[in-house]
Design a protein. Structure first.
Length: 187
């Protein structure tokens, strides 16, 4: 767990280090191709790999487990991540969730009703395919700060999405270890 935390901190520091340089350039001169391809997409792919590995490693009968009644079950956390892949990942590259996704709040709550392991695994794959396609088809020229929702700027959105996704990986690791499942990459 310490290695993962250290790796996340290093990745965040590297991304933060690039923010001042990006902010000083005019939008026309900002190169977002390298950060998108090598840092953001790579970070999201690494997160995806861990989420899916944990989803496979956790037994189906533990998908309804939760540490306390006030928090999400294993399946709900996994489906929350799937919802973010449908919504937050495309948002970060000025794309849209699927047409039938609906408003984020209700759509995320509907996803969290998916509880059976095969359906959860299927939904994770579909949502990741949507996220990855949004990343792959994005024209880097669309990623200048003024083209993003609420004029947040690409760097802030990247940190928001990758930071939140990393938090859910940590949550799933804690859940897995609490039920006796060692993350596959730690064996």
């Amino acid at each position: 767990m310490t290695r993962i935390l250290r790796a996340c901190m290093v990745a965040a520091a590297m991304m933060l280090a690039s923010v001042p340089a990006i902010a000083q350039q005019s939008p026309a001169r900002v190169s977002v191709t390298a950060p998108l391809d090598s840092q953001y997409a790579g970070a999201l792919t690494a997160i995806r790999d861990k989420v899916v590995a944990l989803a496979h490693a956790i037994p189906a009968e533990k998908y309804s487990w939760r540490p306390t009644a006030e928090v999400r079950t294993v399946a709900q956390v996994l489906m929350h991540v799937a919802g973010e892949w449908y919504y937050l990942c495309p948002l970060s590259v000025a794309a849209k969730p699927p047409a039938d996704f609906g408003a984020p709040g209700p759509a995320m709550r509907k996803l969290e009703e998916v509880t059976e392991k095969p359906a959860v695994l299927s939904e994770l794959e579909k949502s990741w395919a949507h996220c990855r396609a949004a990343l792959d088809r994005t024209d880097p020229a669309r990623l200048v700060p003024d083209s993003l929702p609420a004029k947040m700027g690409f760097a802030r959105v990247v940190l928001l999405v990758s930071g939140d996704q990393s938090e859910h990986v940590g949550q799933l690791i804690a859940y897995a270890r609490s039920i006796g499942v060692t993350p596959p990459w730690s064996r």
